[in-house]
Design a binder for this molecule. Structure first.
Ligand SMILES: [Fe+2]
Length: 290
């Protein structure tokens, strides 16, 4: 099973700031094309929040158009830039989305179970896991203790060492850790929000964040304390389930134009020729330094 994760596309209306300044729609279109081109097709795609920039219906309609070419099912999570009701109005046919209240759900159709948590607090940049959300999580994890599980949510539950983002984190992360420690079937906690790839041990499992499909957060470690974005190459996460022996392996896949590989052995007895190697060096290696 292969789970593709993209995050924080921040789609806006055509004249919106995110689109005109950062070209977020164009970046999401490129991410969709990237996912469709993968030789090993993902079984599903999940998008870990900040789907749109201002939570407006028109933005969600644009998001819907941009996701339409995806050749695999897509599962949506809300981030701090989203509006729950507008999201579910435009994606009313997404049957996994609850019709009211928090946008939390499970996906049970594949070997790895997904549990989506809603960390959003309307009007606030930071997130929260209140008693209701954590009780729901505890109940869902208790339902299937033998099934490998990925918990997905927008806000990461740990400090990052990036002061400006740590100022508004996730309220309730200590209680989340207590829940997760009781359920060792959780292979991964996957998040968005940071617009950077970050990995950390958390509550007996591994937690990671996914880059944005568009703009990334500048890596400002202490003592820096600014908020800055940078147009580093976007990327997606590919979570590959290798079975109970191999576990869940997370790969970072850059969405940065086409870079055809040079085949050294093709797995069927064929090897590279010198002329092909020379052509590859002329075409790819030189341009990689530009
Ligand atoms: Fe974001």
């Amino acid at each position: 099973m292969l789970i593709a994760q993209i995050s924080d596309p921040h789609v806006s209306a055509l004249e919106g700031v995110a689109d005109s300044l950062l070209r977020t729609s164009g970046h999401l279109a490129r991410a969709v094309a990237h996912l469709n081109r993968l030789e090993r097709r993902p079984d599903l795609v999940m998008i870990t929040g900040d789907l749109v920039d201002r939570g407006e219906v028109g933005e969600y309609e644009r998001l819907r158009e941009l996701l339409a070419p995806l050749r695999m099912p897509v599962f949506l999570l809300a981030g701090n830039h989203d509006d729950r009701d507008n999201l579910r109005r435009v994606f009313a046919d997404h049957g996994y989305l609850p019709r009211a209240g928090l946008l939390q759900y499970t996906v049970d159709d594949w070997p790895v179970r997904l549990v989506a948590l809603d960390t959003q607090v309307p009007g606030e940049a930071g997130g929260r896991l209140c008693g209701e959300r954590l009780a729901w999580l505890e109940a869902r994890l208790a339902e299937a203790p033998e099934r490998p599980t990925v918990v997905a949510m927008h806000h990461p539950p740990f400090a990052l060492g990036i002061p400006v983002m740590d100022a508004f984190g996730l309220d309730g992360s200590d209680r989340l850790a207590a829940v997760l420690r009781r359920h060792p079937q959780v292979e991964r906690v996957v998040c968005g929000h940071l617009h950077r790839p970050i990995v950390r041990r958390f509550a007996g499992t591994v937690a990671c964040t996914c880059p944005s499909t568009a703009h990334q957060l500048a890596l400002d470690l202490p003592p820096a304390n600014r908020l800055a974005f940078v147009m580093e190459p976007p990327a997606c996460m590919l979570h590959l389930w290798l079975g109970s022996d191999g576990g869940l392996v997370t790969h970072l896949s850059l969405i940065a134009g086409e870079h055809p590989p040079f085949t050294v052995h093709d797995g069927r007895g064929g090897s590279a020729t010198r002329s092909r190697l020379r052509a590859f060096i002329r075409r790819e290696v030189g341009s990689s330094l530009n």
